[in-house]
Ligand binder design. Structure first.
Ligand code: BTX
Length: 325
């Protein structure tokens, strides 16, 4: 009932009377009053005037289920949102949910992470109320060896979603760092539970610096936020909604075709790694070359200094001019 009352308030240009809400939803005036009090506690500013009714004046800047579901255009992705004000890591929580049977498409979002994680055990700083720290539960029926393609298409979807919602010229650093004006604004951590032939679930952890004002000294040269680069605050909800829409669309496209051809064409248009000199650190090997293309599978093709072209599946890739290399 809470989300329905909220929707009536949001959809109205002016006051909505208690009588009208009561008629539309078939609930008592007392029940409505209780919901309104509850909404006020959550941070909604609602004016109540005798004989006129209720007027929604302000919405809290929170990534709650009610806020994200409002005008969300997806069919199944993000239709259930588990929201926290504070958590250790949304990926950790999403893994717990997925392991106990949570369905595909459910999302865990937190306003703040106390132990946000990057790849290879690194830390992802996730201060309160300034970013998007969310994890998506997916259950693709593909071979575990194809899981890296989900990471690639997620990078593409997040890039296009941010671009659509903000107009900022975000680019992808292969495989899936998002970069704005040569600094990192987003990282993606994909974790998987699988058997030999089958994926049980994939957790797609997405971290985006949206309205962050500053970063610790050691990250200042490499990290940035949409606010720092765009010089204004952005609406986190609208960014989440746009990302979910692209992610659902691209995921469905990949699952239907079981190939990356169409998606890779789009990916290449946003990828700043191609054509650049790169340094590859893979296992104990390190070499410099030029990123010339992506293979059909989405791997990076690098021309070494001796002219030999090799395919890089994963590992650390530095791009000259980026993050201090
Ligand atoms: P990564 O290993 O590519 O990046 C981690 C590195 O990036 C850190 O070692 C640090 O140098 C730098 N870094 C840390 N925090 C930030 C930040 N906020 N902005 C820019 N650079 C930073 C990337 O890993 C994957 C990050 C995924 C984060 C999401 S948030 C939701 C989900 N839950 C969770 O615990 N992780 C994911």
């Amino acid at each position: 009932m809470k989300s329905k009352i909220l929707q009536l308030l949001k959809d109205s240009d002016g006051y909505v009377s208690g009588e009208e809400i009561s008629k539309v939803l078939g609930v008592s005036r007392t029940a409505i009053w209780k919901v309104i009090s509850h909404l006020k506690e959550e941070g909604y500013v609602i004016e109540s005037v005798t004989k006129k009714g209720y007027l929604l004046q302000e919405t809290p800047d929170l990534l709650t289920e009610d806020e994200i579901l409002y005008h969300l255009k997806t069919k199944w992705l993000g239709r259930k949102i588990v929201h926290y004000h504070q958590i250790d890591s949304t990926n950790k929580e999403a893994k717990k949910l997925a392991a106990s049977g949570e369905k595909e498409g459910t999302i865990v979002i937190s306003e703040e992470q106390l132990a946000g994680r990057g790849r290879l055990g690194r830390t992802w700083i996730s201060p309160a109320g300034t970013g998007i720290w969310m994890s998506v539960i997916l259950r693709p029926s593909i071979a575990p060896t194809d899981a890296s393609k989900i990471t690639l298409l997620a990078g593409l979807a997040v890039c296009e979603g941010i671009k659509e919602a903000t107009g900022l010229p975000v680019q992808i650093k292969w495989p899936n760092d998002l970069v704005l004006h040569n600094k990192k604004i987003c990282g993606i951590l994909t974790e998987m539970s699988a058997e030999m032939e089958k994926i049980n679930y994939i957790i797609l952890g997405i971290g985006i610096n949206v309205n962050t004002d500053s970063f610790p000294e050691d990250l200042k040269n490499t990290a940035t936020s949409l606010k720092i680069e765009g010089e204004k605050e952005y609406d986190r909800k609208e960014i989440v909604k746009a990302i979910l829409m692209y992610l659902e669309q691209y995921y469905e496209l990949y699952m239907k075709n079981q190939d990356m051809e169409d998606l890779l064409e789009k990916y290449k248009n946003h990828c700043l790694t191609l054509g650049k000199e790169v340094k590859i650190i893979h296992r104990n090997e390190e070499f410099i070359g030029k990123a010339v293309d992506l293979s059909k599978e989405g791997e990076l093709m690098v021309e070494k200094q001796d002219g030999q072209v090799i395919t890089v599946f994963s590992g650390e890739v530095s791009v000259r001019g980026l993050y201090g290399y």
